[in-house]
Write a protein that binds this ligand. Structure first.
Ligand SMILES: Nc1nc2c(ncn2[C@@H]2O[C@H](COP(=O)(O)OP(=O)(O)O)[C@@H](O)[C@H]2O)c(=O)[nH]1
Ligand SMILES: [Mg+2]
Length: 226
């Protein structure tokens, strides 16, 4: 720990080293244990918020690299995330993938291999017919893959981002989900999950807002335990 760096010459084999180990142990035990939540894989069409979502989890500054599109698959290990209520969780691995269509097959394999599956949709684009048919296609394929993999107990977690730029922005966050369920596109998604007997849930958030992100992760992590 610290002592090693403050007194490097005195440190080795001295009582300082023993004290250091004891202090380290003590501090470790005082910290709340971090829940291990398994591996995450995140996908969605370009600009749905994948990089922003992962940057927030990694405690990275937003916008640092979100301007440029992710062009290759990136994996991050052991992400520790501290919640505002003092609890913490560790994501064992998180996979960030390019949002381009040619990644669909790669995604479908990741869906089978990872513990938690997150597909992001941009709520502000739910009026764009072309976008709707793209996400409905991706989601149907994802649900099929889950259903066919003997992993149907695994959920599809849909995160509806950009709520602040959507028609749902005027509703208080705690009602957003009830209102969302009345939307045709969202209802269609729920119908697809029940058609394939795969469970799924649609969360919503403004990823640019710290509080909204915290609320989102509270529900997500709570549901990860089940
Ligand atoms: N207003 C708003 N902007 C967002 C939200 N999520 C992401 N953005 C912005 O949308 C753009 C695309 O996000 P990014 O994370 O790069 O998407 P990716 O292409 O899926 O990785 C960036 O300019 C983000 O700052 C959100 O919930 N609300
Ligand atoms: Mg990206």
């Amino acid at each position: 720990m610290m002592i090693k760096y403050l007194f490097p010459n005195l440190y080795k084999d001295s009582w300082l080293e023993k004290l250091d180990v004891v202090l380290g142990d003590f501090i470790e035990r005082m910290l709340p244990p971090s829940r291990q939540v398994g591996t995450f894989v995140v996908w969605g069409r370009p600009n749905s918020g994948k990089t922003t979502f992962i940057s927030r989890l990694r405690g990275q500054e937003l916008g640092f690299n979100s301007k440029e599109a992710t062009t290759s698959k990136k994996k991050y290990k052991n992400i520790n995330f501290q919640m505002n209520d003092g609890s913490a969780f560790t994501i064992n691995e998180i996979v960030d993938m390019p949002g381009t269509m040619d990644r669909l097959d790669d995604w479908l394999m990741q869906v089978v291999d990872n513990d938690h599956v997150f597909y992001l949709i941009d709520l502000s684009r739910l009026t764009d017919r072309k976008y709707i048919s793209q996400i409905e296609w991706d989601i149907r394929r994802t649900i099929e893959a889950l259903g066919a993999s003997n992993k149907e107990r695994k959920r599809i977690n849909i995160i509806a981002t950009h709520i602040d730029e959507s028609e749902f922005r005027q509703f208080p966050a705690e009602n957003a989900n009830n209102i969302l369920q009345d939307n045709d596109v969202i209802r269609q998604i729920y119908e697809t999950t029940s058609e394939y007997k795969v469970s799924g849930y649609v969360y919503s958030a403004n990823l640019m807002d710290e509080d909204s992100f915290q609320r989102l992760m509270e529900s997500v992590i709570n549901d990860c335990q089940k």
